[in-house]
Design a protein. Structure first.
Length: 253
């Protein structure tokens, strides 16, 4: 949970790996010109090399390839059927790191199988061409100060502008609203409200469970003030409901 930027990338179904890599190289160069802490080289995974990274929790670059996973409904004609994770058959891209306490920005494209078996389901996901859906949570960069948060959030936004210029960007959903209005002051007000809400909820949940819970918002230097202003009847009620549900969950043996 936390204020996040989501984006979707795409390239034509007919695009070759070389053509896609060329566009990604242009995107990567733009990121190198932005104030990211680090930008990796372009990586390409397919076959057993990709399968290993998807399935081995200790594998290097696992987070990178996992962001290449897509989702499809088991039965598109049945709205109640489950949404299933579809592993890619090929992934290419790079990672850009905005700064401390901000999630990395995964910049990639992936291809998917024509048919997939997920548990008892055999489906045709209909994922044509190169595409991906990625995200980065920026909210907790605010624990390092407003300017650091703005650097992280605005660097990702500028990188997405570069993806659009390269012809790779399909859509953006910015929970902070900055992608649409480019209003930095409004963004700071929004992340402040998110911090208060999250701090109030975490504090209420700790009170309801009697446990000290790990949560990134607790690293914020003004956590107690945020908790005070974020504590409402709604957050307390939600925390009590979740605490009650947790008591009914029996750990698996």
């Amino acid at each position: 949970m936390g204020l996040t930027i989501h984006w979707k990338t795409h390239a034509p179904e007919s695009a070759t790996l070389a053509e896609v890599t060329a566009k990604l190289s242009a995107w990567r160069q733009a990121c190198l010109d932005l104030p990211f802490e680090m930008v990796t080289e372009i990586q390409h995974f397919a076959g057993k090399d990709l399968e290993w990274r998807l399935n081995d929790r200790a594998a290097p670059d696992r987070w990178f390839v996992l962001q290449g996973c897509a989702h499809a409904q088991a039965d598109p004609k049945d709205e109640d059927s489950p949404h299933l994770s579809i592993d890619p058959v090929e992934v290419v891209g790079f990672t850009a790191c905005p700064g401390d306490d901000c999630e990395p920005m995964t910049c990639l494209l992936a291809r998917y199988p024509e048919t997939a078996t997920v548990g008892p389901y055999r489906l045709s996901p209909g994922l044509k061409g190169w595409q991906a859906s990625c995200f980065a949570k920026t909210q907790y960069a605010s624990s390092q100060g407003s300017q650091h948060f703005l650097k992280c959030h605005l660097s990702i936004t500028a990188a997405l502008d570069a993806a659009k210029a390269a012809g790779l960007l399909k859509s953006v959903l910015d929970e902070g609203g900055f992608w649409d209005d480019r209003d930095a002051e409004k963004l700071l007000t929004t992340v402040g409200r998110w911090n208060e809400m999250m701090a109030g909820f975490v504090g209420a949940l700790e009170l309801a469970t009697g446990e000290s819970l790990p949560a990134p918002i607790k690293d914020h230097p003004q956590f107690e003030r945020l908790e005070h202003f974020g504590t409402t009847g709604d957050t307390a009620a939600m925390a009590k409901a979740i605490a009650a549900a947790l008591k009914d969950i029996k750990p698996s043996e």
